[in-house]
Design a protein around this ligand. Structure first.
Ligand code: IVH
Length: 733
């Protein structure tokens, strides 16, 4: 065998070149499907394989490596500084309207019509309405279809050459897409303005110009931003020097674009939307002849640029107003930040006619929304206690106008969140209020932190009542929330505690509902539960809609509630995780209240159906002197119960149909015979097969036969399904 046969067939440069070309086309197409169209057709691993194959080819034959190669998106050498780029066509800014919905668009339409010399009888001017992306403006220069330069806006005349970094953005084509699939119905082409065949033909036929500068916005999606910050936090936690989190997606995007090391830029997930043109080969020397802005956007899309799907054509002011309103409503649901919408005159001829004033075009205007984020300082961190005892840290802020309202408080949710964001008193923070959402502290500007400020810690006692606050556990996991354990005593939980105690299935105070409790607590008539038993006609007389008669009824109901059962009383205390059934078990097991209050954890775990969570909860509840005090006061007020008979479940927890014997016959309207039997047995009844003197009830449906006759003969009560449902739903004690 010769050496030639042994070695792997080394492709000749010619075959290598052909394969490299093939790989270019495939990788560009797959990247576009993945990043622009969001519909990948091959698995990531397959993409990686093709990518590596191309990298290997380029390493072997450096002459195959071209600037538009898909491998050129990653990395490169770090720069000392960015080179300056003079924009052939200046990058202008646009006039901003912050006026109300109606006037912003109307003012613009009026101005345009006036400038164009249109009278009221002239037809409406057609506009394109777009999103105003909150990122940074970029100019992308393509020569003969290949990306050769990317520049920031700078001062509008001269920007910075950030080509290396921009190449890492997968949504930006390195080479224009010259052979697109047939143009689908344009997204955003609202139905009232269908593409004219002429327009469609032009979009389809437009040749790739020798020079093309695409203007658009580089931005970071919100989910990418969150993931990046998460990653940054992990690096900071590992003690990596020089790492920081970013304030918002725009800030993160700007940082990435202006990153001198393109390897770092490559790790920052950026995206892009095209919205216009800079320099372009004129139509008379072979460039495309666009007539409208909308058509231009469709062509950019065809060439491979992402164009926002929310771009529409609109006629006259009312449609722009509607767009502004609609986008404003759906703004929070977008995957990226916008700070307004932009209206542009659609006809390029009219745009030329309108021209510019100073550095702003007369044919475009930005109509902003109120900012959703602002900077402010943290004046303090309060801990609020909710109706159920949940402790929530709340940042007290220097008043700031954000998202359309003045904000002075922002929730920090819980200890973990407060720690994660590391908000401290005196910090400068970014506050966000989006839509109707509760204002939130997004992040802290660490470089503005004053030295020596303390880390926030959750208090271990309830700031309202002084009882201990504990972090709950569920299923072996520590939960995020702290809760006050002074349920009965805590002022913050007063209303909830009273309502629960008075519940029909607890101690039952008939007629003591939401509204009344609200009034009694707000008027400071009831502070803690025992106050309920000190109410008199006079204290009730001043309440809203409280006639003498209803006051008397309420006092009677309160008096009646003094005679209760141990189970109802224990349930009524509102101990977390102690529901009605558990209360019954505790009552049955221990027989009296003192035994329950003093039970050790070992004793509690011995109760059937009581696990470690309930055990802990019962213990912490009775370990609060305040709670014990309330119990003692209730007893002193005359609340009593028959002590339970220890260990006799049937006697203590009687079932509604205990001791009764049923027989079932015929077809029931909704239940099967088995279902009816289950229900009866669950309610304590016995179900027999035949009617005898011992039968208490015959449950009869249609087509009942001899059993019904027998029952009638013996004088046994006959009931139907409806009666069965009533009987089985009777309260159990
Ligand atoms: S058009 C001559 N369209 O807003 C008109 N700009 O002051 C040039 N922006 O920083 C701009 N979304 O980067 C235009 N759909 C959009 C835009 C948009 C965001 C930014 C742009 C510039 C500022 C304009």
């Amino acid at each position: 065998m010769t050496d030639d046969l042994l070695s792997a067939p080394r492709p000749q440069p010619a075959t290598g070149a052909a394969r490299a070309q093939e790989l270019h086309v495939q990788l560009h197409a797959h990247a576009r499907r993945y990043y622009v169209l969001d519909e990948p057709s091959i698995p990531d691993a397959e993409y990686d394989r093709l990518f590596k194959e191309l990298q290997a080819l380029e390493a072997q034959y450096p002459e195959l490596l071209t600037p538009d190669s898909p491998t050129q998106r990653v990395g490169g050498k770090a720069l000392d500084a960015f080179a300056s780029v003079r924009h052939k066509v200046p990058m202008l800014s646009i006039r901003t309207e912050t006026d109300t919905e109606a006037t912003g668009a109307q003012n613009f339409d009026n101005r345009v019509r006036k400038e164009l010399g249109l009278s009221e009888s002239d037809p409406p001017v057609e506009y394109v309405a777009e999103l105003k992306f909150d990122g940074l403006a970029m100019s992308l220069r393509y020569e003969n279809g290949v990306l050769v330069q990317a520049a920031t806006r700078g001062d509008g005349e001269t920007g910075e050459d950030v080509t290396q970094n921009i190449r890492t953005i997968k949504q930006i084509p390195l080479r224009l897409n010259a052979h697109p699939s047939p143009l689908p119905e344009a997204e955003g082409a609202n139905s009232s303005y269908p593409h004219s065949p002429r327009e469609r033909a032009r979009v389809r036929a437009s040749p790739i110009p020798a020079v093309l500068e695409v203007r658009g916005e580089v931005y970071m999606r919100r989910d990418d931003f969150e993931a990046l910050n998460e990653h940054q936090r992990a690096k900071i936690a590992q003690g990596m020097k020089g790492e920081k989190t970013f304030v918002n997606p725009r800030n993160a995007a700007a940082g990435a674009v202006r990153q001198l090391d393109p390897n770092i830029a490559a790790q920052r997930p950026l995206s892009f939307f095209a919205y216009g043109l800079g320099d372009i080969t004129p139509a008379d020397v072979g460039g495309p002849a666009f007539e409208t802005h909308f058509e231009l956007l469709q062509t950019l899309k065809k060439w491979g640029f992402p164009v926002a799907a929310q771009t529409i054509r609109a006629r006259a002011a009312p449609e722009l107003v509607a767009y502004h309103h609609h986008i404003g409503q759906s703004r929070d649901g977008l995957p990226f930040d916008i700070d307004g919408v932009v209206y542009k005159v659609n006809s390029l001829a009219l745009q030329r006619q309108l021209g510019f004033v100073t550095r702003e075009p007369r044919w475009a205007v930005a109509h902003k929304y109120p900012a959703q984020e602002q900077l402010t300082t943290v004046l303090g961190i309060d801990v609020q206690v909710g109706r159920t005892g949940k402790l929530t840290p709340v940042a007290k802020l220097a008043p700031v106008f954000v998202g359309g309202v003045t904000v002075t408080n922002a929730t920090l949710h819980n200890e973990d969140e407060a720690r994660r964001k590391d908000v401290r008193v005196g910090d400068t923070v970014v506050v966000r209020r989006a839509g109707d959402v509760i204002p939130e502290v997004v992040s802290v500007l660490l470089d503005k932190r004053l030295p020596g400020v303390d880390v926030f810690t959750m208090p271990r006692i309830c700031p309202v009542c002084g009882s201990s606050a504990v972090r709950e556990e569920a299923n072996g996991e520590v939960m995020a929330d702290y809760r006050c354990t002074g349920g009965l005593f805590c002022g913050a939980q007063r209303k909830e505690a009273i309502l629960h105690f008075a519940h029909r299935r607890a101690v039952e105070v008939d007629g003591l509902g939401d509204k009344l409790v609200e009034q009694l607590v707000d008027a400071n008539i009831i502070r803690t539960l025992p106050d309920l038993y000190k109410l008199g006609v006079t204290s009730l007389a001043n309440l809203d809609r409280m006639a003498d008669k209803s006051a008397k009824n309420l006092l009677d109901a309160i008096e009646k509630s003094k005679q209760t059962t141990l189970a109802r009383f224990v349930f009524g205390l509102g101990i977390r995780h102690v529901g009605e059934a558990t209360a019954k078990e505790l009552a049955r097991h221990f027989g009296n209240l003192d035994a329950i209050m003093d039970a050790t954890e070992e004793q509690l775990v011995g109760v059937s159906d009581v696990g470690p969570i309930v055990t802990k909860s019962v213990r912490t509840f009775f370990d609060q002197p305040h709670n014990r005090e309330v119990v003692e006061q209730l007893r002193a007020c005359g609340v009593t119960w028959a002590e339970s008979q220890v260990g006799e479940p049937a006697a203590v927890v009687p079932k509604p149909l205990s001791g009764k014997t049923f027989v079932i016959t015929g077809t029931l309207p909704t239940l099967s015979r088995d279902q009816a039997k289950d229900m009866l047995e669950a309610a304590g009844a016995k179900v027999a097969g035949s009617v005898s003197k011992k039968t208490d009830y015959l449950l009869a449906g249609t087509d009942a036969g001899s059993k019904l006759d027998k029952a009638r003969e013996l004088g046994v009560a006959v009931i139907d399904e409806a009666v069965l449902l009533t009987l089985t739903n009777l309260p159990s004690d």
